[in-house]
Design a protein around this ligand. Sequence first.
Ligand SMILES: Nc1ncnc2c1ncn2[C@@H]1O[C@H](COP(=O)(O)OP(=O)(O)OP(=O)(O)O)[C@@H](O)[C@H]1O
Ligand SMILES: [Mg+2]
Length: 359
Amino acid sequence: MTLDSDPIWTALPIPAFLLDAEDRIAAINPAAELFMNATIKTLREVPVFDRLAVDAALDEAFSRVRSNHAALFINDVAVSAGMRAPVECNIQIAPMNDQAGHVLLLVSPREIAGRLGRAHSVKTAAKSAIGMAEMLAHEIKNPLAGITGAAQLLSMNLRNGDLELTDLIVAESRRIVKLLDQVEQFGNLSPPNCKAVNIHDILDRARKSALVSYAASMTIQEEYDPSLPPTWADADQLMQVFSNLIRNAAQAAGPGGGTIRLRTFYDLSLRLRHPDGSGVPVPLQVEIVDDGPGLPPDIANDVFEPFVSGRENGTGLGLALVSKIINDHGGWIAVDSVPGRTVFRISLPVAPKPQEDET
Ligand SMILES: Nc1ncnc2c1ncn2[C@@H]1O[C@H](COP(=O)(O)OP(=O)(O)OP(=O)(O)O)[C@@H](O)[C@H]1O
Ligand SMILES: [Mg+2]
């Protein structure tokens, strides 16, 4: 059987069985050997259903495949090999048109699909955590306004020592309101209103406003590739992205200050993979590089999750917002951080050509 030395057959990560016209095993690939816990030597010519118990009417499926010469898919069936506990699988049966009566049987355990499902549910969990927080934010604001008002009324009849306490109530309440505003802002984010925009204009705006406020102690260098084509983006939302990243870098550097580099360049090799396997190029690269202490190691893998913060008084919403905005733009964000060099890299698509825009 030449199939055993076929590189595609041996590389196929799904258990595959070639069956003859009487449903006897003619060949199995290495993945199937693993699944069956037996080698082809011991399995050749053995009727497949002597070794494989399938919780579905496969006889009928096989005869339909053979008579219609068309492939057939059966999902969610329990398959067990020998003494092993049954595994939930998807089954595909295809006719082998050059070998009369032969069929190809693929058995894909659903473990992999299940794992993908879980990854998805983590994302939705984060989403609902935000939804929950938004609802709470809304509900907490009213009683909080009552508490602040009452404290202010009380303070009118109080002396110094006690006044300090009511001031504390008012100040701390303001802090909570600020936090709640941030949570609400996250929920209110509308879908981006995209136009062709020059990234350098937005970076410039972010740099200038940073230098007169939260990044006053920082040096910000520009390393732009002036030939960069426009990107397809909501300028205000991108401004929020860059401001958040510059602010984080400035906060990490501390009062002593440091240097931030804003880099742009073109890299056509980067593509964003969609779940269906298609790829969209995201060739516009923006890097915000700082020379600060780097991400705290204990949260380094989770900084894009909401409410993950390494700062006292941090809400941990900045990077969650950044990653949501970049996602909504069909872009990609990644971070690479060691002490002395932290790089946030954003990859964005190019704006469509104007003539395509008109149609
Ligand atoms: N450039 C950086 N250098 C070092 N650590 C960083 C940097 N950027 C982010 N971090 C770490 O990642 C954490 C999460 O950042 P994020 O912006 O999401 O939240 P935050 O800054 O703590 O709060 P918020 O932005 O909501 O006020 C920060 O608290 C900080 O510990
Ligand atoms: Mg932040």
